[in-house]
Design a protein around this ligand. Structure first.
Ligand code: KG4
Ligand code: ZN
Length: 338
């Protein structure tokens, strides 16, 4: 590895504008994140057009801030990395065009990064990765079990057949009248309640590593509807606790199935839902005493940020796997083709 390789990374795939500088793939020199949550809250979800406009307003300020906090100029930068997809196309384009302009103006290599590769590589900012490993990826758009046998190669061994887990959290939260994004609210309320309601667990076929959360989501909505019709009191904390218990039981059991089956050395947790306290605690309970090294990133590296994009880009930098100036935002980018 080249010593003191410094990557300027940019992330604009959804509702966070972020820029970071990562040294040698493992050290965060700076990581500036500007969240747009307040602007989207009143609409109950991310409005793509508003997201793009905010990214346009923020992008140069955030990049300058990342350089300033790192006490660096573009002369210290070895490459410019950016989230290429998946995400909202208009939002992705702002980051991609900013990265292309910077790379062109300063004659630097350009590196397109898959957003989920970024979430997975957030773990390398905590500890060195050991292969083979499995990553449990849980975010607003993705729920996947990913097997890695070496750096930069991803094999999806299980995925959701319908809703992503974060999406189910947000929809259930909306039904309960909680603000967007609902995941953290359900998590907080779940800790105050008891799992008194019997909700389904979608195990699918025996041995399947796939997930399904839409049945659970509908079941919560139906239960709430029935309570209202019967005029029974809804204890929001108990609904949250029951929903969270179902989600966590399925996520943890399927993850255990995957780690047993593939005999992995490490288990990584990745994505926005990795911030969930209940999930973190249950994974720790399940794996702390085991031979498998469990990495759970700090909260700041679970939700969208550019540091994780820089960490993933470092692997491509070392393989000289650079992008051309025809790099485009790609909402359907495939993780396995990276
Ligand atoms: O990874 P992320 O920041 O954006 C995507 O790439 O999708 O994930 C956002 C998702 C949202 O659905 C949000 O509700 C969920 O992560 N989330 C949580 C928690 N914190 C964020 N879900 C459950 N518990 C949490 N503590
Ligand atoms: Zn994300």
């Amino acid at each position: 590895m080249k010593t003191n390789e410094c990557i300027l990374a940019i992330e604009t795939s959804c509702d966070e504008t972020s820029a970071a500088i990562i040294r040698n793939g493992i050290e965060i020199v700076s990581n500036v994140v500007s969240s747009q949550i307040e602007s989207h809250k009143r609409f109950g979800g991310v409005v793509p057009e508003i997201a793009s406009r905010h990214h346009v307003e923020q992008i140069t300020i955030i990049i300058e801030q990342a350089l300033k906090e790192a006490k660096m100029s573009m002369d210290d930068i070895s490459a410019v990395a950016v989230t290429e997809g998946p995400g909202l196309v208009g939002a992705l384009l702002i980051g991609v065009n900013a990265a292309k302009s910077l790379a062109f103006a300063h004659n630097l290599p350009l590196i397109g990064v898959h957003h989920i590769a970024g979430h997975i590589y957030a773990n390398r900012l905590v500890r060195e990765l050991k292969f083979p490993l499995v990553a449990l990826v849980v975010s607003g758009g993705h729920t996947e079990l990913v097997l890695m046998k070496e750096h930069g190669k991803f094999e999806v061994i299980g995925e959701t057949r319908d809703d992503a887990v974060g999406e189910a959290y947000d929809k259930v939260a909306r039904t309960l009248g909680l603000p967007y994004p609902g995941g953290p609210h359900i998590d907080r309320l779940a800790a105050l309640g008891e799992a008194t309601i019997d909700l389904p667990r979608a195990w699918l076929e025996p041995e399947s590593l796939d997930f399904s959360f839409s049945g659970l989501k509908s079941s919560v909505i139906n239960t709430l509807h029935n309570y209202k019709q019967r005029g029974e009191e809804i204890v929001v904390e108990n609904v949250a606790a029951s929903f969270q218990a179902s989600v966590i039981e399925v996520l943890v059991k399927k993850t255990k199935r995957a780690t047993d089956h593939y005999g992995v050395k490490q288990l990584l947790l990745a994505g926005g839902v990795a911030a969930n306290k209940g999930l973190r605690a249950k994974l720790e309970e399940e794996f702390t005493e085991s031979e498998i090294d469990l990495i759970i990133p700090p909260l700041s590296l679970c939700t969208d940020n550019a540091a994780m994009i820089g960490a993933a880009a470092s692997i491509k930098f070392n393989y000289k796997n650079f992008s051309g100036y025809d790099l485009n935002g790609n909402p359907g980018l495939d993780l396995e083709q990276q």
